[in-house]
Write a protein that binds this ligand. Structure first.
Ligand code: F0G
Length: 528
């Protein structure tokens, strides 16, 4: 019957059940500022302090009045929202404004071209696609110069100014023909065979252990979490994951994976085999502060090492600012604070002001390939609604000399002080506190061998932080989540409007959690 059909749960019912076991499957009925509202059994609304912050998309708060008003106005004016393949002055303004801010933060005015998208993962995939287009073009240029070398060698043999020796033949594993023209033809054939094989091999990406760059077919291969990545391994090019703060591993992976194209040159009357570094690596993806991986701040030192390594091997750096960017750490780009310069940047989440779905991939002029504009697009990207909303977001961030950035810093420091106090009081329970600005994480010690059977069980379930979050929601009306790839870490990404009272509420909730963990009162912690 239709009534039964209406009742049947078909929109990810299993996920809802999993959330339910941790007490997190509540329905939020209203949202404003830093607060989400739940309706209790009597139909009355009660507030929940939101420290999940739309997974980072509502830095300016839920339904920021000016953003909401701007949206209303756009709709009232019947602004054309979907007018693809026309002039998009609003998108151009948005790109210009992003550039103005980035030039200020980097103290460098090399422009970045903007390709808009709808989600974070889409921006990452656009960056990767662009990097691959660029790599392919660089490979073509390289093959062109290899071909020129082969032609010159052939000509030198033909006019007698150079001869083929056994060395070159042995190097390529071919027999040395008696006739010079035939000998050079055999060398060329061997070189082309080897080069074709190299050119046809898929590129490799470099990324950091713990990194998260999305869950689409391409981007999930750049995301370290094996649970997300491995089932889809055969769908896309692979990444090599490098541990943080380990420059030796960068060199080791390069030494292991590097490849060369071969060529010929006529030198001192001899035909010699030449080697040309082949661009194996398409891009190096890095988050200035890892979000999903457990709120891990990239050190200035390792950022410099990555930068120098990538310059050495001519591999573009994609700085994924999807979670860390848009003002969360007190700057548009968190990477600008540690001196990391991207060939590409990705931004999303708060770019849409909490109401639009928008992302952008930025690529510096030096690397830009305009042909990309012809081959990449989406029905929904670069629409006027999300572009106008994003412009409003930038206006709000930049207003009053950047008061919102300072507020993110100040509120972040206040939040951090609470977390540090907990760590100081509960060193036996809290392993670490990390982050910057309004991107903070609190890591608990592993409870897999806890004396409490309930704690042991939830620690081994892979849902540890979700159960803590359930307790915080039920008992303290605080919404937070663990970082998905490191569930022993709770993350806090409230809006810049988070009040001292809400920070106090969070502190009280976490104090309760820490007390229960210290007492090994697993039953109380997991009781519905
Ligand atoms: N890159 C980073 C650094 C992210 O944190 C995310 C999403 C993405 C890319 C993908 O963006 O979801 O819009 O496709 N992080 C979410 C989170 C899932 O839990 O913080 P998306």
């Amino acid at each position: 019957t239709s009534a039964a059909a209406a009742e049947r749960e078909l929109a990810e019912p299993y996920l809802r059940q999993v959330l339910d076991t941790a007490g997190l499957a509540v329905e939020y009925v209203r949202a404003e500022g830093n607060t989400l509202y739940v309706r209790d059994d009597d139909g009355a609304e009660f507030p929940v302090a939101d420290f999940a912050g739309g997974y980072g998309s509502v830095l300016l708060g839920h339904h920021h009045p000016e953003i909401t008003e701007h949206a209303r106005q756009l709709l009232a004016e019947h602004t054309p929202i979907h007018a693809q393949f026309s002039r998009h002055p609003y998108a151009n303004r948005l790109a210009a404004e992003l550039n103005r801010i980035i030039a200020r933060e980097l103290a460098d005015d090399e422009p970045y071209y903007a390709i808009f998208g709808n989600s974070g993962a889409e921006a990452v995939e656009a960056a990767v696609k662009h990097a691959e287009l660029d790599r392919g073009m660089r490979v073509s240029e390289l093959l062109g110069s290899v071909e020129a070398g082969l032609a010159a060698a052939r000509a030198a043999v033909a006019d007698g100014s150079a001869t083929v020796h056994g060395e070159a033949a042995a190097r390529l594993g071919v027999a040395l023909a008696a006739d010079g023209t035939e000998a050079v033809r055999l060398l060329e054939a061997a070189i082309r065979r080897r080069n074709d094989e190299t050119v046809a091999s898929p590129p490799l990406f470099l990324a950091l252990e713990g990194g998260f760059h999305g869950k689409l077919a391409g981007s999930v291969q750049l995301t370290h979490n094996e649970g997300y990545r491995l089932p889809f391994k055969s769908l896309a090019a692979q990444a090599r994951f490098v541990p943080q703060d380990s420059p030796e591993d960068l060199d080791a992976v390069h030494a292991r994976e590097r490849r060369v194209l071969l060529g010929l040159t006529a030198e001192n009357g001899r035909i010699t085999v030449t080697e040309h570094e082949f661009p194996v690596f398409c891009a190096f993806l890095v988050e200035p502060i890892q979000g999903e991986g457990g709120i891990r701040v990239l050190s200035r030192e390792f950022a410099r090492e990555i930068q120098e390594f990538c310059a050495r091997i001519d591999c573009p750096v994609v700085v994924d600012e999807i979670q860390s960017g848009m003002g969360r750490t007190g700057a548009l780009l968190a990477s600008s604070r540690i001196g990391l310069r991207g060939d590409y940047y990705t931004l999303a989440k708060t770019l849409g002001g909490g109401i639009a779905k928008a992302s952008v991939m930025l690529v510096r002029e030096k690397r830009y390939r305009r042909d990309f504009e012809i081959v990449h697009s989406s029905t929904f990207a670069k629409d006027s609604f999300s572009s106008h909303i994003a412009l409003k977001v930038l206006e709000l961030l930049e207003r009053d000399g950047g008061a919102a950035y300072r507020q993110a810093e100040e509120r972040g420091a206040a939040l951090r002080a609470k977390l540090d106090a907990l760590r100081a009081e509960f060193p036996d329970v809290v392993a670490d506190v990390r982050g910057h600005g309004l991107m903070q994480g609190l890591e608990f010690h592993d409870q897999s061998d806890a004396s409490s059977p309930e704690l042991r069980q939830i620690a081994r379930s892979g849902l540890f932080g979700y159960f803590l979050a359930g307790h915080l929601l039920r008992r303290h009306r605080v919404r937070t989540f663990p970082t998905a790839s490191a569930v022993g870490t709770l993350r806090f990404e409230p809006s810049i409007h988070v009040t001292d009272a809400e920070l106090g509420q969070l502190y009280a909730g976490l104090h309760d959690v820490c007390t229960l963990l210290r007492k090994q009162a697993g039953d109380e912690l997991t009781a519905a």
